[in-house]
Design a protein around this ligand. Structure first.
Ligand SMILES: [Fe+2]
Ligand SMILES: [Fe+2]
Length: 297
């Protein structure tokens, strides 16, 4: 029997306060959704968690972040990258670390899943930077959290997850099709509900929702930024094409999806549709440089 929408939404809300986020994390989390927060307050809060502060700087200085100079302090990162970008990187890292601590089903390979998620974050960032997409750090978090709905299903709908997983393994339908059939909703929808409850930016919630299927032109889903959604769609397809990590899904995303590329190429002049293969090759080359260092995320 499928769960109804309200029931699924209620369960998803339970994960709103992650038990794995400590007091300092909670403070950063609260500040991140405060549009009035100052650089000084945010910097002070992040410094309370030295490991988070170090990881924020590591991200800012990683080859995938595209910085032209070394960023050796949080203050400098705030000046160069801007408050929203640093806020989003910190929030993404905080949430990613917290959900990684949740226990899951033994048959679902979490190591490969986390690698897939981290890789998607990095690929969204590499592609976003290449295509002149200024997303204030939401590209990176989108990739990190795009499949968070699967963690909710694994954590709160254990027996359904096993059935979904077995069906996907045996009959090979894309996982989201099996989720809709067996649970009633897909991991994209659950991920979106959770992101909304975390008060993540609306563009990010939409990108999580549409990372396997962009909203059709006909339905005109009220989506604020189709570029972020297209980025998450292509990053997902990229991971599948080049076998990067594993999320249980296959055969659903098309790396050459015309609409996604039209949207991604529409706000820049450096690349044309004929350059898509080159973009993918260059992205893979940058990703290969970063790949050995991804596990610290
Ligand atoms: Fe997915
Ligand atoms: Fe994925």
């Amino acid at each position: 029997m499928n769960h109804d929408k309200e029931h699924l939404k209620t369960i998803t809300e339970k994960i709103q306060n992650l038990p794995t986020i400590n007091e300092i994390g909670r403070r950063i989390f609260a500040l991140a959704s405060d549009p009035e927060v100052s650089m000084g307050t945010l910097s002070h809060a992040i410094h309370q968690d030295p490991s988070l502060a170090a990881r924020v700087l590591k991200v800012a200085n990683s080859p995938f972040y595209g910085m032209s100079r070394q960023v050796d302090s949080l203050q400098l990162a705030l000046v160069i990258l801007g408050l929203n970008e640093v806020k989003n990187i910190a929030l993404g890292l905080l949430l990613f670390k917290a959900i990684k601590k949740l226990n899951g089903n033994k048959s679902y390979d979490r190591t490969k899943f986390w690698f897939h998620s981290a890789a998607c974050g990095v690929i969204c960032r590499i592609l976003g930077h290449k295509l002149s997409f200024r997303s204030e750090g939401t590209d990176f978090i989108t990739g990190l959290l795009h499949d968070v709905g699967k963690i909710i299903i694994d954590q709160y709908f254990d027996s359904k997850f096993v059935t979904i997983f077995q069906k996907t393994f045996t009959h090979k339908p894309p996982m989201l099709i099996a989720e809709r059939e067996i649970l009633g909703e897909s991991h994209e929808q659950l991920g979106r509900w959770l992101a909304e409850h975390w008060r993540l930016p609306e563009t990010l919630c939409d990108a999580i929702m549409y990372h396997h299927e962009l909203p059709s032109v006909e339905t005109h889903a009220p989506i604020k930024d189709l570029r972020l959604a297209s980025l998450s769609y292509i990053a997902e397809a990229f991971c599948e094409l080049y076998n990067i990590g594993w999320d249980g899904d296959s055969g659903y995303s098309d790396i050459k999806d015309r609409r996604a590329w039209e949207i991604l190429l529409s706000h820049q002049n450096a690349y044309a549709p004929k350059d898509i293969d080159r973009i993918l090759t260059e992205t893979l080359a940058t990703f290969s440089e970063v790949r050995p260092h991804l596990l610290w995320l």
